[in-house]
Design a protein around this ligand. Structure first.
Ligand code: ADP
Length: 478
């Protein structure tokens, strides 16, 4: 099976979130399952700084409204059996960030990703290779299924190509003003509620939802949630109209990068059969974060890693912090994003020296150390399509405390005294969060119980091979 993927991120080269991890790991797992996989990405500055590429000496001419814009084709070296192609146009992609700066999104994002999606669709023809599946991800490449469908009507080239569109996060839809519509060179009828029009704007995500042969999203619960008015971000009815073709498939964990038994980024390795290395990691984390030693394991360490964004639940966590520190417990934060949260976290650290430690920034090594060295992991998200950090926490024996939403609901089972791999709460409010933290801290002080919760999470199979098999089923069903 020839599978092509178009995406706007791939770890470790170009990453803002979980999408990048999926695009790094899913293609490799599909290749491992026998598929021939090709990924097409924009040639960002972050990529040319990190990866060796070959200029194939080939150009594409992309129609954007009444202009023709050239794209150069580069091929990258991948070592996991996946072919990588990059679409080069420096005017669009030679920038410091992927989508924008702290001052806001780049104001030509619609043009950049309409261009990229068109180029990704033209590349198979340039190379004379017919994909069996073209799989697009999130709003940046949501036009791909539509362009393939329209191309099928004018030529036979894609007649055997099925399309799949994956929603990694419905909160980001790629909505732009209607004046950008002509750049897509679509028939006028697509500027309507049955097409891409969305309350007077155009919505690129809608193209993927309406026109792909199959839809997937990154957890079964999120697949249900996005069909409701509360969580459908205005698109619930459109998604409901495709419910029969929608599948919720959880992401996996890349055990080459996230496995305490082999992780080179942590000071000591450990496994479910011998957790002594976790103790060393715990000590190292306290030291690195400037928190005093705790040789008698009296003060549980709660970890938090992520984007400082409204989605991630800081609005209920920050008001609960006084009570958490009083338990007593310690909390370490690593994140970057919204200035408002950065400010509040810095103030919190000042207010509770020795109990709260904050690092602002993106730091993969420290993220690993927190996953390994903390006792508990906090994910009180308002919504969470899949979530990776709670999966990493399970693998690292760091018991997750999560709000029961999206992929968090599907992966964390509340400890009931006999079974469970973590702690859950339902309502999006601080008292419910605190109740779950209270139960988790009580379990932490009951060593026998604690070991059972840790072991239950650490023994689970979150491998990408299992996930790839699910995608192969979806591809095969088209
Ligand atoms: P989202 O995609 O919504 O950002 P996920 O939990 O699905 O959330 O994935 C986030 C990924 O980004 C994880 O691999 C996490 O470890 C990583 N990450 C997020 N913020 C940081 C940070 N400040 N430093 C290091 N890694 C981070």
């Amino acid at each position: 099976m020839q599978i092509w993927m178009a995406a706007s991120e791939m770890a470790p080269y170009a990453k803002t979130g979980g999408l990048a991890d999926v695009i790094a790991d899913l293609p490799a797992a599909l290749a491992g399952a026998g598929a021939e996989v090709t990924c097409v990405l924009p040639f960002y500055r972050a990529i040319w700084e990190k990866i060796e590429v070959e200029d194939l000496g080939m150009d594409l001419s992309i129609e954007l409204g009444d202009r023709q814009v050239r794209a150069r084709i580069l091929q990258g070296k991948a070592d996991d059996g996946v072919r990588l192609f990059f679409i080069r146009r420096d005017e669009y992609f030679d920038r410091s960030s992927l989508y924008g700066t702290t001052r806001g999104d780049y104001d030509d994002n619609s043009e950049r990703f309409i261009f990229f999606s068109k180029a990704a669709c033209q590349l198979p023809r340039l190379l004379n290779q017919r994909p069996d599946i073209f799989h697009a991800h999130d709003w940046q490449t949501a036009l791909v299924p539509l362009f393939i469908k329209l191309e099928k009507q004018v030529s036979g080239f894609f007649s055997g190509t099925g399309t799949v569109f994956t929603i990694h996060n419905l909160a980001y839809q790629g909505t732009f003003w209607g004046l950008d519509f002509p750049m897509m060179n679509l028939p006028d009828e697509f500027y309507s509620p049955a097409g891409l029009e969305f309350y007077g704007n155009i919505n690129l995500m809608k193209a993927g939802i309406l026109f792909a042969d199959r839809l997937t999203t990154v957890s079964p619960t999120y697949a249900q949630e996005i069909q409701t008015q509360e969580s459908g971000c205005g698109l619930h009815e459109v998604i409901r109209s495709r419910a029969r073709d929608l599948h919720g498939i959880l992401n996996g964990v890349n055990r080459q990068k996230w496995d305490p038994a082999v992780d080179p980024l942590i000071p000591a390795q450990y496994s479910v059969n011998d957790l002594s290395g976790k103790w060393t990691c715990r000590k190292a984390l306290l030291e690195e974060m400037g928190l005093g030693a705790d040789p008698k394991r009296k003060l549980p360490i709660l970890g938090w890693v992520g984007r400082l964004a409204e989605q991630k639940g800081l609005d209920i966590l920050l008001p609960a912090m006084d009570s958490i520190v009083d338990l007593p417990a310690r909390v370490v934060f690593l994140g970057s994003g919204d200035d408002r949260y950065e400010q509040e976290l810095r103030e919190l650290e000042k207010r509770y020296p020795g109990s709260v430690a904050v690092r602002i920034g993106y730091d993969n090594r420290l993220a690993h150390l927190i996953e390994a060295g903390a006792d508990l992991f906090l994910m009180p998200s308002r919504f969470e399509p899949c979530g990776l950090n709670q999966l990493y926490s399970l693998v690292y024996g760091t018991v997750p405390i999560v709000r029961s939403t999206g992929g968090l609901a599907d992966t964390v089972r509340d400890w009931d005294g006999r079974s469970g791999n973590g702690f859950q709460f339902r309502g999006y409010d601080s008292p419910e969060l605190l109740e779950a933290v209270g139960r988790a801290v009580a379990a932490f002080h009951a060593p026998g119980e604690w070991a059972r919760i840790q072991a239950e999470g650490m023994r689970e199979d979150h491998s990408w091979d299992r996930v790839a098999a699910r995608y192969m089923e979806v591809y095969g069903g088209i």
